[in-house]
Design a protein around this ligand. Structure first.
Ligand code: NDP
Ligand code: 8X3
Length: 254
């Protein structure tokens, strides 16, 4: 059994990865997010769909370096060896031109998507020492490959994730840790609701008239990435809905 640690498992892509990997029967799941109640509900659902799958949940805000260090060092002994880190926790806040950007939004995105990913990775690498198949998968984005109007700081954080993925692959080569970036286009999750601060109508409009990707689509790709033999690493995987050609060019049914 490989132990997979998923950050941001309380919703969307993270929760879908937990469900898909639990069903595969080859993984134990270590799951964190800030909303503990959502994790408890997920743990219950996982128990119903895959009763054999061992899970451990804990509350964690990846932006807090001290909390990340403490909580990871204090994991129960049987969860202190990690094979796979899925750096999924992330968010977008606002969609404004740079001269009208909200500094609090910028801080939340940079602190979560870049600094949080770094804090978690720094603490997890020592926990991979005894793994036979260590692997880090970072959730990048089409926003890490191109920049679109008003995406400025979110795009910058995902470009940073792209750079960090490449840097990790170089620095961790000697340790035999595989490093992969999975970079989706539009995936319908709570992402747009978070970006538009609870405006459900505006969030729904993002996916109006097209079939977006689902969390499960991404989770199945991640399960495939994890299933490759030891000598094969998928470095970077960009995946879009068929109706999306670039960050902003989409075909909608009218
Ligand atoms: P969701 O909003 O549905 O999920 C985001 C997850 O991140 C939640 O579980 C949330 O949990 C967690 N999270 C956010 N902030 C923190 C924090 N400070 N500490 C710990 N966990 C945190 O969005 P998605 O599932 O879509 O997003 C997952 C990842 O995929 C993100 O990195 C996003 O940038 C990326 N992505 C998404 C795309 C999309 O179109 N949806 C496309 C490309 C990439 P909680 O609030 O409980 O802490
Ligand atoms: C999320 C996808 O296009 O909203 O990373 O930036 S997008």
């Amino acid at each position: 059994m490989r132990t997979v640690f998923i950050t941001g498992a309380s919703s969307g892509i993270g929760a879908a990865c937990a469900a898909v990997l639990a069903r595969e029967g080859k993984y134990r799941l270590l799951l964190c997010a800030r909303r503990l109640q959502r994790l408890e509900e997920l743990q219950q659902q996982l128990h119903e769909i895959a009763p054999q799958c061992e899970t451990y949940i804990f509350e964690l805000d990846v932006r807090n370096a001290e909390e990340v260090e403490q909580k990871l060092q204090q994991l129960p002994a049987e969860w202190q060896s990690i094979d796979v880190l899925l750096n999924n926790a992330g968010l977008s806040q606002g969609l404004d031109p740079i001269h009208r950007g909200d500094i609090g939004d910028w801080d939340r995105m940079i602190d979560t998507n870049v600094k949080g990913l770094l804090y978690v990775t720094r603490q997890v690498i020592p926990l991979m020492e005894s793994s036979q198949a260590p692997h880090i998968i970072n959730l990048g984005s089409i926003a890490g490959k191109e920049v679109y109007p008003n995406g400025n700081v979110y795009c910058a954080t995902k470009h940073a994730v792209d750079a960090l993925t490449q840097a990790m692959r170089i620095d961790l080569l000697e340790k035999g840790i595989k490093v992969t970036s999975v970079d989706p286009g539009m995936v319908e999750t709570e992402f747009s609701e978070v970006r538009f601060k609870g405006d459900k109508e505006r969030a729904k409009n993002v996916y109006q008239g097209l079939t977006p990707l689902s969390g499960i689509d991404i989770a199945e790709i991640i399960a495939f990435v994890l299933s490759r033999p030891a000598h094969v690493n998928i470095n970077d995987l960009l995946v879009m809905p068929t109706a999306q050609a670039s960050g902003t060019v989409v075909k909608r049914n009218t």
